[in-house]
Every structure is written in C-alpha cells, then in structure tokens.
Design a protein around this ligand. Structure first.
Ligand SMILES: Cc1cc2nc3c(=O)[nH]c(=O)nc-3n(C[C@H](O)[C@H](O)[C@H](O)COP(=O)(O)OP(=O)(O)OC[C@H]3O[C@@H](n4cnc5c(N)ncnc54)[C@H](O)[C@@H]3O)c2cc1C
Length: 381
C-alpha cells in the first residue's frame, strides 16, 4: 500500500490552493447576502479546469484520474470560502456532466460536454419532486411518446443550479409504464419550449448556490435526447448517485482543514483568564477531535478515489463516505463555531456561514438515514 503523494500531486495541490485563495474569494460575504452565484468565479474555475477535471480531454476536459481530481477539489475547499460556489460546481460536475459522459451517445457527449467544461453552460440533475424525495425512483413527471418525440409533463423541486442552468438531466416515468422499468433519463436544453424554472428559493445556507423548481408543461423533446436505453432510468440514476455520493464532499476535506488550522491559530492567540484558550483541555480536546474526524474522512475519501480509479463499483463505500464526511463536516463546523465564541456567531463570519452551509450535506445526494439504510442493506440486513 502506498500512501505518499507524487511531486506532481503536491504541485497540483499547491497551485489549486493558491488559485482558490486568490481568485474565488472576492465579495464572498456580499454574494452570500445577495444569494448570487458568481459567474466570474465560475468562469475562472472553468479556465483552471475544474468543471472538466475527470472528463476526458477529447470532450474538453482535463482527463484527470480520480485521485488527482480529489487533490484539486480538496485544495479548492481549503482556499475557497464560498461553499455555495463549490457545491454548485460539484452538482454540475457529478450530477450532470458525469451522467452525460457515462450514458450519453457520441452525439450527446460532443454536443454537451465541451460547453459544460469550458464554463459557458451550467448543468443540473432534476430528480426530486414535490411527491418524491428519498424515494427518488417514484417520480411522477411523465414522458409521453408522440410522433417519434417525447412530451414531458411534471415538476421538479429543490434543484441545485436550476435558476441559472442551461442543461437539465431529468429522471421521468414513461407514461403508461409501471414500476422502475418505465423510468427514463433525458437531457434537455434550457430554451426548449415548455421548460421553465422558478426564481431562486430562499434557504438556510449555500446561498451562493441557486436552487429552484423546474416545470415541464407539454415540453416536447426528440427521442435523441434520451440518455441510455429506454427504461434504463434506474441504472442512470443509481450509477450517477453513486458518483455523486463518492465525490460531492471532497471539497469538504479542504474546508475542514481550513477550519482546523484557523481553530488552532485562534486557540493559541485568543486569551481568557490570562492565558490562551487552547490551554484549556475542553478547547484543545475539541480541536483534537476535529483532527481525528478529518483524518478518518480523508482516508475514506482517498480509498474511494483509488477504488474508482480501479474501475470498481462502490455502492457500499460511496454511502460510507457520504455519511461520514457529511457528519464530520457538520461536527467540525460546529466545533470551529464553538471555539470562536460570540465572534463566530456574527453574520458574515466564516464560522457562521460554514455551519449554515454544512447542514445541507446531511440531506442532498440522499439523506444520512438513507445512507444508513444502504449500508445496512449491503450488510444483508
Ligand atoms: C442543498 C440541497 C440541494 C439539492 N439539490 C438537488 C438537485 O440538484 N437535484 C435533485 O433532484 N434534488 C436535490 N435536492 C433534494 C434532495 O435530493 C432531497 O431533499 C433528498 O433526497 C431528501 O428528500 P426530501 O427532502 O423529500 O426528504 P424526505 O424523503 O421527505 O425525508 C424526510 C425525512 O424522512 C427520512 N426518511 C425518508 N424515508 C426514509 C427511509 N426509508 N428510511 C429512513 N428515513 C427515511 C429522511 O432521512 C428525512 O429525515 C437537494 C436538497 C438540498 C437540501
């Protein structure tokens, strides 16, 4: 077993950290207040290669292995304080570009992937509906075959990037078909008549990552918009969600390292009772626990990247990573918040924003309860 980094990976980490620190933090507090995705930062990320990290070069990506992809994502999380931007990037990459790469035909890949990599188009995956959430495969949005086309009708909710997106990967049920064999995935362009999106919805955190509803009202799309074979919607969804769970929190490793570094610095320099607060065991133990959770989270994430680089299916490991990293992110964000006292409670501080932003990680890509169900199921329970 080899746990060391190559010289190239060390350089990659340094350059991604520097890029994120210098290019992605302008006006974070104002943007968070305004609830605005920064298109300039989005484009800078595309120019750096983020949106196309694991996408092959022939489709406009970087062709990076998954270990290198994790190195970059982790480094972005360390340097960039705009958690919403990172979340939007992750959703775009893992839940839109990835399924098009894995299930798109040559024409779909050539049509969508270069623009998803170069920053000019933003992607979403729209699965959740008012009547289906954790039970994601019970979607009620229908696709009705009509004269060689399909006509979509229904509504999707809680969709990341929807208000600003150009490309929609959607999971629907073939009308008339029953059960999972009737599920299909399509890729739909924003300007298709009958597709509309809501204004961004207000939410607790991740303000710079716009979320909204998507409506299909007699939205006619050609049969060539189907991703994968007819009836393969469940396979598309299950494969995609496994990738999403595997890597959507890789940036959180960097966030947790930044929180740890800043909590240590604060514990050394902030004095109460005539000495640094870090001299109190309650404070130093809390910080030690942050390090332990981060260390375990890192090892799980790196192992998973390695498994994926070997081409393995990782249903169990992906759910373990999603569950553990989201809990670690929430716990470490709370520990960092606690260590800063009232100063971290003020609006506009990293501590309060990180804590608000962290909580959603226990819901998106399948709640923590659902990850436990999957893990238990894989254990034969
Ligand atoms: C920030 C954010 C971004 C999102 N982005 C997207 C997106 O881009 N695209 C998209 O399609 N969706 C997106 N979602 C929606 C997300 O996938 C759903 O919120 C999630 O699947 C849970 O569904 P729900 O909210 O309907 O909760 P519910 O399914 O109603 O669950 C409510 C509670 O019941 C529990 N529960 C439900 N069923 C079970 C069970 N069988 N066993 C144990 N507990 C159970 C849940 O764990 C939860 O605690 C996003 C959500 C958030 C918060």
């Amino acid at each position: 077993m080899e746990f060391g980094w190559t010289e190239e990976q060390k350089q990659l980490r340094e350059s991604a950290r520097g890029f994120a620190r210098d290019a992605l933090n302008d006006d974070v507090v104002e943007r968070d207040r305004a609830g605005r995705l920064c298109r300039k930062a989005w484009q800078r990320c595309a120019d750096f290669g983020v949106q196309g990290l694991p996408i092959p070069q022939r489709f406009g990506g970087q062709g990076a292995g998954l270990m290198d992809t994790v190195v970059v994502l982790e480094s972005l999380g360390y340097g960039c304080r705009d958690n919403g931007l990172l979340f939007s990037l992750n959703a775009h990459l893992w839940s839109c570009a990835l399924p098009i790469l894995k299930f798109g035909d040559d024409a779909q890949r050539a049509r969508y992937l270069p623009a998803l990599c170069d920053g000019s188009r933003i992607g979403v995956q729209a699965v959740t509906e008012p009547g289906s959430g954790s039970d994601a495969l019970s979607v009620a949005t229908t696709a009705t075959p009509d004269d060689g086309d399909f006509v979509l009708n229904g509504a999707k909710t809680f969709i990341t990037n929807a208000p600003v997106a150009d490309v929609f990967v959607v999971l629907v049920a073939l009308s008339g078909a029953s059960g999972i064999s009737g599920l299909c995935a399509f890729v739909v362009d924003r300007d298709t008549p009958g597709l509309s999106v809501s204004r961004p919805v207000d939410k607790l955190g991740l303000h710079t990552s716009p979320m909204g509803e998507v409506f299909f009202d007699d939205c006619r799309i050609p049969a060539s918009a189907m991703l994968g074979a007819p009836g393969s919607g469940m396979t598309v969804f299950n494969t995609t969600i496994e990738w999403e769970r595997s890597f959507i929190l890789a940036t959180a490793l960097g966030t947790m390292q930044r929180q740890l570094d800043e909590s240590i610095a604060h514990a050394r320099t902030h004095h109460r009772f005539g000495r640094p607060i870090g001299k109190n065991q309650a404070v130093s133990s809390r910080i030690a626990d942050m390090r332990v959770r981060l260390e375990a989270a890192r090892l799980l994430q790196y192992q998973l990247a390695w498994l994926k680089d070997q081409g393995r299916r990782t249903t169990l490991e992906s759910s373990i990573v999603k569950l553990f990293l989201s809990d670690a992110l929430v716990a470490n964000s709370l520990a960092s918040f606690d260590s800063h006292g009232a100063a971290g409670y003020l609006a506009g501080t990293d501590q309060e924003r990180d804590l608000r932003d962290a909580l959603a990680s226990r819901i998106y890509s399948g709640t923590s309860d659902i990850q436990r169900n999957i893990i238990a199921g894989m254990l034969g329970l």
